[in-house]
Design a binder for this molecule. Structure first.
Ligand SMILES: NC(=O)CCC(=O)C(=O)O
Length: 290
């Protein structure tokens, strides 16, 4: 039986603050991607909205066309220069019809776009006295589950931040053949983060017995939105392998072949599902990379 993750994979999560200065944000990203690659990272993950402030007002201002926009070109050449898989956090995207999306692009070590995920579940919450945020005031939600291959390691699922609260998305992705991790660029905040960030990351890992990778911006108390930070990698048994504090930092972790199989053989929920009691909706849902 082939292993789900076929080769050891070193991942790096770049927890960087995003300011209003896009050129500055991109140059900090470049500096840190080069550093992570020189430390042996083979897969590098950026945070949600890494090139702009995370705010409804900023989305239209910073939105770019894909693939013609400057951030797509920038990420592609950075992936090629470092010969790494680069999961490009997310950026506000404008399509030809003028609609805006919160979109994550992933690149191969040759600099090709290998995945594009538009945030499916828009972050619309209102906790009186604490936080109100309505992405849907300007953004449109994506309409697909994103799974793609990163040879020679295997397949990964990709979603963005608030998407992690919807277990169906991760479970459908994780049941597709060869998926060893869910990757979430995400920017939780100081209201919801303390109670839910670790809980949700560990829950998605345990639900599906896969690795979960969550990469946040660093916290900037001068910004309108206070990101929770705490970027982390969770193993298939729910163990946090490494986790950042709230400042700028790089989190590294090694994903190892055999760990998923070991966890699944001890607690075999992946083969004990009762599709005679509840339907296997995943069978009917297609996933795609682009
Ligand atoms: N950027 C987001 O989607 C934030 C999600 C979040 O903070 C949450 O509590 O969920």
């Amino acid at each position: 039986m082939p292993q789900i993750l076929t080769k050891s994979l070193k991942v790096a999560l770049l927890q960087l603050a995003a300011t209003a200065d896009k050129a500055r944000n991109l140059s900090r990203v470049k500096e840190h991607v080069l550093k992570a690659a020189s430390n042996g990272a083979q897969l590098i993950v950026l945070p949600e909205c890494f090139n702009s402030p995370y705010s409804v007002a900023a989305f239209p201002q910073y939105a770019e066309y894909i693939p013609s926009g400057e951030t797509t070109t920038f990420l592609s050449s950075l992936a090629r220069e470092t010969a790494t898989y680069l999961i490009g956090g997310s950026i506000p995207e404008r399509d030809d019809a003028g609609k805006l999306f919160n979109t994550s692009l992933s690149f191969s070590p040759a600099g090709e776009i290998i995945a594009k995920h538009r945030k499916v579940h828009l972050f619309d919450i209102d906790i009186p006295g604490k936080i109100r945020f309505k992405e849907s005031e300007v953004l449109t939600g994506g309409d697909k589950i994103t799974v793609f291959d990163i040879p020679p390691y295997g397949n990964v699922g990709l979603a963005i931040c608030y998407d992690i609260r919807f277990p169906e998305l991760a479970s459908i992705a994780a049941r597709k053949e060869g998926v060893f991790a869910m990757i979430y660029p995400g920017a939780f905040n100081t209201t919801t983060g303390p109670l839910h960030w670790d809980l949700l990351g560990r829950a998605r890992a345990v639900d599906n017995q896969i690795y979960v990778i969550m990469c946040s911006p660093a916290r900037d108390l001068t910004a309108g939105y206070h990101a929770y930070g705490s970027s982390m990698v969770v193993d298939p048994n729910g163990l946090i392998l490494d986790k950042a504090n709230e400042g700028e930092e790089i989190v590294y972790a090694e994903l190892v072949p055999g760990r998923i199989e070991e966890v699944r053989s001890g607690i075999p929920v992946t083969t004990q599902r009762r599709y005679d009691v509840y339907p296997d909706v995943g069978d009917k849902v297609k996933t795609s990379a682009l």
